[in-house]
Write a protein that binds this ligand. Sequence first.
Ligand SMILES: C[S@@+](CC[C@H](N)C(=O)[O-])C[C@H]1O[C@@H](n2cnc3c(N)ncnc32)[C@H](O)[C@@H]1O
Length: 196
Amino acid sequence: MFSEITQEMKERMAFLENIDKNDRTDGTDKLKRLRQIPPETGKFIAILAANCPDGEFVEIGTSAGYSSLWISLVLRERKRKLKTFEILPEKVFLARESFRIANVNDFIELIEGDFLEKYHGIENIAFCFLDCEKHLYEKCFDIVSEKLLPGGLLIADNAINHYESIKPMIDKAEADERFDCSTVSVGKGEFICRRK
Ligand SMILES: C[S@@+](CC[C@H](N)C(=O)[O-])C[C@H]1O[C@@H](n2cnc3c(N)ncnc32)[C@H](O)[C@@H]1O
């Protein structure tokens, strides 16, 4: 899958990586920063997504679409569409540009608005990448965990660098016998929660 990334997608990924890198040092306001995952996390979540059961693919927190582009690599094969949620109009605009330039509109549905208000109707989740504001993780987990298929995965970003903020969600998932959980030190730390 990684050897098949198109030139258009490579260029858009490189463009977004460059903005993200500059955002982190040039004092860009937090709401404007892309705050996207690094490439090693993109590869990691794509490999996990390639190995989930058949069902819905969901992402909470699109930003400019960088992580969605990595997940889209799987969807070509799986004949599925990622539903990705983004609350900020400026980010929605950038993500639409990313999906148009990378030619992945057939594999991604971008939903503008708050996931907590717009998730209704999604069932049978095979894969969910959770990467929004950290204080919302537990609420998102409560929704997604009830809809995960057997073998389905919820992956939460920032499990190491924001461990204290997302600990309530991690503790809840680990105490629930329906799930097998693990944190791995890829990128900023990925918390993996698999429905038995
Ligand atoms: C860390 S960034 C996502 C980065 C993206 N996953 C990537 O790696 O390219 C978090 C994004 O979540 C969005 N967000 C925050 N709360 C949200 C909510 N309740 N529903 C949808 N999006 C939300 C923010 O506007 C922001 O763009």
